[in-house]
Write a protein that binds this ligand. Structure first.
Ligand code: GUN
Length: 293
């Protein structure tokens, strides 16, 4: 969608529409897999505790799975479950033949060793792309089985703009395992010159202004101001911050739109793509089980 912001025709990247298109393709392929191979892609999401945001995310995953014909089920456990009990649940699902994809919703309750739990997930079922083997393969440029859903979805959106990333300056703000680090590696794979910024970066604005592609994934409302955006930049806003009952991104949308050539809205930009990529990864896992890829 083109939007005229003070004579700058910024294009709004419609993640919702792109995600809907991908989800429809997945639905059709899932139907074929069921018809021809008698295999229904199976996804299990483990939710521990009662974090309201996590509960909402998990409900969205359940709904999207059902719409795609994927057998998506959530296993809910109280925050009192021990780390070892949780690891046993993961191991049981690792060896369950009808489970293709397995995801532990994050964050886990305080006091639990997230790394240890994620390490227990079979890398062949790790549709979240967070296991050491999948992340390690991404780091080595070796085709991991699965790439984390949010950065994978962002790459779709960036490439949908038609940009040639080779030699471009890409700046990723945020260094989380789930978004920032894999994002930087995917951009590097496409030969961009990549900088990762974080809370200790000295002059964030100065670094961001270099970016032809700017990805903001810090979880701080409107940290990226309009004057931190280079003219013509592609701006990807991963932030979903709740402020006064409204969703606000990590980027100050209106002033950034005046400079950007493309920008993702919040909501309706990156968020819908994350779920679409989870379904895509689950379908890939099921196709591997069927022996067709
Ligand atoms: N919590 C918020 N986003 C995600 C995600 O993509 N994967 C997992 N496992 N937990 C999350």
């Amino acid at each position: 969608m083109d939007k005229d912001v003070d004579n700058n025709m910024v294009k709004i990247i419609d993640g919702k529409e792109e995600a809907a298109r991908i989800r429809e393709e997945i639905r059709i392929e899932t139907e074929e897999l069921k018809r021809e191979k008698r295999i229904a892609p199976g996804l299990r999401v483990i939710l521990v505790g009662d974090d309201p945001a996590s509960q909402a995310y998990v409900r969205n995953k359940e709904k999207a799975s059902a719409e795609a014909g994927i057998d998506g089920q959530t296993l809910r456990y109280p925050a009192s479950i021990t780390e070892n009990e949780l690891i046993s649940v993961v191991k049981k699902l690792n060896s369950d033949p009808v489970v293709d994809g397995l995801l532990v919703q994050l964050p886990l309750p305080k006091g639990m060793n997230t790394q240890k739990v994620l390490d227990a997930i079979s890398y062949e079922k790790d549709v979240d792309g967070l296991s050491p083997l999948n992340m390690g393969k991404l780091l080595r440029g070796e085709n991991p089985l699965f790439v984390a859903c949010t950065p994978k979805g962002i790459m779709h959106l960036i490439l949908s703009t038609g940009i040639e990333l080779k030699g471009k300056e890409a700046v990723v703000v945020g260094r989380s395992n789930i978004v920032g680090k894999p994002m930087a590696l995917l951009l590097l794979e496409k030969h961009a010159t990549v900088t990762i910024c974080h809370s200790r970066t000295k002059d964030l604005g100065e670094v961001c202004r270099r970016a032809d592609v700017l990805v903001a994934a810090v979880g701080f409302p409107e940290l990226i101001k309009g004057d931190m955006v280079k003219d013509g930049a592609i701006v990807i806003d991963v932030g979903t911050n709740r402020v006064d009952g409204k969703w606000v991104g990590d980027v100050e949308f209106e002033p950034a739109s005046k400079r950007a050539s493309f920008i993702t809205p919040v909501p309706g930009g990156v968020g819908p793509m994350t779920i679409a990529m989870l379904l895509e990864n689950t379908l890939i896992a099921a196709k591997r089980r069927a022996g067709i890829i």
